[in-house]
Design a protein around this ligand. Structure first.
Ligand code: ZN
Length: 220
């Protein structure tokens, strides 16, 4: 039976394509000649920042087996030691098992974790720019306080098909750019046309937090 084409499947496909590039990215980054480095211009696999590459490799090697162990526990399968690639390939099946056994929260957690891994790898291979901090907390919740961001640009690989090594043939990169103010905690986003509304919400949140602080001081 074919798996449903969920966001998780897409994320796993992209991870399987991109993550072998991390090793190459490390070598390029350490190359002695500047011209050998891949430039970070738009529409290319950019020059990764070494620290981002190392961090992505570290996270994948640590987190993917840990996530796999947790997921196999949820779907009551014995955990097997596999390569990162093979673990990734099993994630869509685990996800589907979770959905059919009503482990909805666990399925969402698996999908979110895989998406976070993809974001890390994209940053490392130059397919994402970092979020810009906006200096204001999300007005929709006080616990936790989370700063709003202008999301970084994200490059999406477009291709017709994969070659035998699982790499896309003649891929192009489409950059997606968003001008909204976004909360990465709750997912709320405000487009520029909604900034007046956002301003009002921010003022209300400030007043609410100030009142809570005064009340806490009074009780102390
Ligand atoms: Zn929020």
């Amino acid at each position: 039976m074919a798996l449903p084409q969920t966001a998780l499947v897409d994320d796993v496909t992209e991870l399987l394509i991109l993550w072998p590039h991390l090793a190459g990215a490390l070598e390029r980054d350490q190359g002695p000649i500047d011209t050998e480095r891949v430039s970070g211009g738009e529409g290319t696999f950019g020059l990764p920042v070494n620290a981002d590459v190392l961090e992505a490799v570290r996270i994948l090697n640590l987190d993917v087996p840990t996530l796999a162990q947790w997921a196999s526990g949820i779907v009551a399968e014995p955990h097997q030691s596999r390569s990162v690639d093979d673990h990734l390939r099993h994630f869509p099946r685990f996800h589907e098992r979770m959905l059919v056994t009503a482990a909805i929260h666990e399925a969402a957690r698996l999908a979110a974790s895989v998406h976070a891994l993809l974001r890390q790898v994209k940053l490392a291979v130059g397919l994402r720019t970092v979020d810009r901090r906006l200096g204001q907390f999300c007005p929709l919740h006080d616990h936790p306080l989370r700063e709003l961001v202008a999301p970084g640009d994200e490059g999406e690989l477009c291709y017709r098909r994969l070659d035998r090594a699982g790499q896309p043939i003649a891929p192009t990169v489409t950059w997606r750019r968003s001008d909204c103010a976004l909360c990465r905690h709750c997912g709320a986003a405000w487009e520029p046309s909604q900034y007046l509304l956002l301003g009002r919400l921010l003022r209300e949140a400030d007043a609410r937090r100030l009142a809570a602080e005064i009340e806490a001081r009074g009780a102390a």
